[in-house]
Every structure is written in C-alpha cells, then in structure tokens.
Design a protein. Structure first.
Length: 247
C-alpha cells in the first residue's frame, strides 16, 4: 500500500532579504579590500615580542576548538547521511525524506566547495606573511598573486565553513518548526563566528576570509532549500484558507 506524504506549504520567502543581505555583504567585502581592516584586525592577535600569533600553539584553540569540534560536526553529517538512507526504509523517517536529503546536500556542498576554491585562489594565510614573521608577500583577493614556491590555501575559511554549514538546519526546519529554525540559525551563526575568531587568533585566516565563507554557506543552503523543499502556497490554497477563516 502506498501512502502520500503531505509536506507543509513553505512560509513566504523574501528573496530581497535572503539574497539581498548576502549580496550586500559581498559588495562590502570587495570594498574592504581597499582598506587595511584585515591587517589591522590580524595585528590584534599578533605578538611581535615572540614573533607569532597569540593562539598559534594554543591547545584549546587547536585541539578542542579546531580538531575536536570539526570531528563533532563531521559526526553530525554522518548521522544525517544515515538518516537520509534510513528514510527510504524506516516508516518514521519516510515523511522527512526530502528534509534529510536537503540537509545532506547542503552540508556536503557547503563544506566541499572550500578546498577547490583554496587551490584556485591561492590566498596566503596571515601566519605566512612577512608582516607576521613569514616569508610570503601579501596580496588582495582580487589582485594577481606574487610568485612563490608555496601558494597559499587560506581563502575561504575551511573551519568557519564547518560552523556556518549548519545554516542548513535553519532551512530544513523553516517550514515545519519555525521557532526551532530561528534557534538553529543563531546556533550556526554563533558557532561559525567562534570558529572564525579562533582561527584568526591562530593566524590562519583574515576577518574577510571568514565572512566570505559565511556568505557562500548561506547561499548554498538557501539554494538547496529553494530547489528541494520550497513549496509556496498556490492561489487556490490561499483562497481556501481565506474562506475557512471567514467561515
């Protein structure tokens, strides 16, 4: 016997906000290339007396906040994959098949885009630059890279993506559990921010690297949601709702 899964209609999606805010953020980031903000913020975490970043060898930042935290998010991703596979066989999970599929796709895309982009852009990490005790020459994101035997692999921020990829939870929960979705958004934003600051303290990334990562992760999760889950109400459904309210 086959059963039809009825999914809730999606809440209104204001693309001027959902797309407009990240686009404006991207424009601001491009304009910030004309300033010294990245360098100024990096200097806050650099100790010239020891010639290194204050968090470079921190056990908490490297082992707990970087390695262990990443492993937790990877574990969550594995559980999501198992849940999606299970939704084909387990009755309780079958109504959530599309949501779990969207979650897996979002998590996968929002983390897998980082490594190829690092290789293509070849942006140096702060700890590799001459200004911070390294040997490499600084160049803006949109500028040609100086010749080097060791191309950078620091844009966008990989660890920031580990946190910001959880924007996927916001979109997956958006139509079924809107209040919980807002909590998920706050959690993903806070986690990505903490991861970003931790890596800045270690000299692994500039401020803009991490904000770019947040923009990309948001757009990827938004696109996955729009493609897989977004189901706006039709005019007939709206009319039916209005009629039921009037009655």
């Amino acid at each position: 016997m086959s059963s039809t899964v009825v999914r809730p209609a999606s809440r209104p999606l204001n693309l001027w906000v959902y797309l407009g805010v990240p686009v404006i953020a991207a424009i601001i980031l491009v304009l910030l290339e004309l300033t010294s903000l990245d360098m100024d913020l990096a200097r806050l975490f650099y100790d010239p007396t020891v010639g290194d970043f204050i968090g470079r060898h921190s056990y908490f930042l490297e082992t707990i906040l970087h390695t262990r935290a990443k492993q937790v998010v990877i574990g969550f991703s594995v559980l999501s994959i198992l849940g999606f596979i299970g939704s084909f066989f387990i009755d309780r999970l079958k109504p959530l098949k599309r949501e779990l599929g969207c979650l897996v796709l979002s998590l996968g895309l929002a983390t897998s885009f980082v490594t190829p982009m690092k290789a293509v852009t070849a942006v140096q990490c702060p700890w590799s630059l001459e200004q911070f005790g390294g040997h490499e020459t600084y160049s803006e994101l949109l500028s040609p890279r100086p010749h080097t035997d060791k191309p950078g692999r620091c844009w966008p921020g990989g660890h920031a993506a580990t946190g910001f990829t959880l924007f996927a939870l916001f979109f997956v929960l958006r139509d079924r559990r809107p209040r919980l979705a807002r909590v998920a958004f706050a959690f993903a934003f806070a986690l990505g921010t903490v991861f970003s600051i931790g890596r800045m303290m270690q000299g692994a990334h500039f401020f803009s690297h991490n904000v770019w990562t947040a923009v990309f992760c948001w757009l990827i999760c938004l696109g996955s949601y729009y493609w897989i889950l977004y189901r706006p109400t039709s005019r007939s459904e709206d009319a039916a709702k209005a009629q039921s309210v009037s009655v």
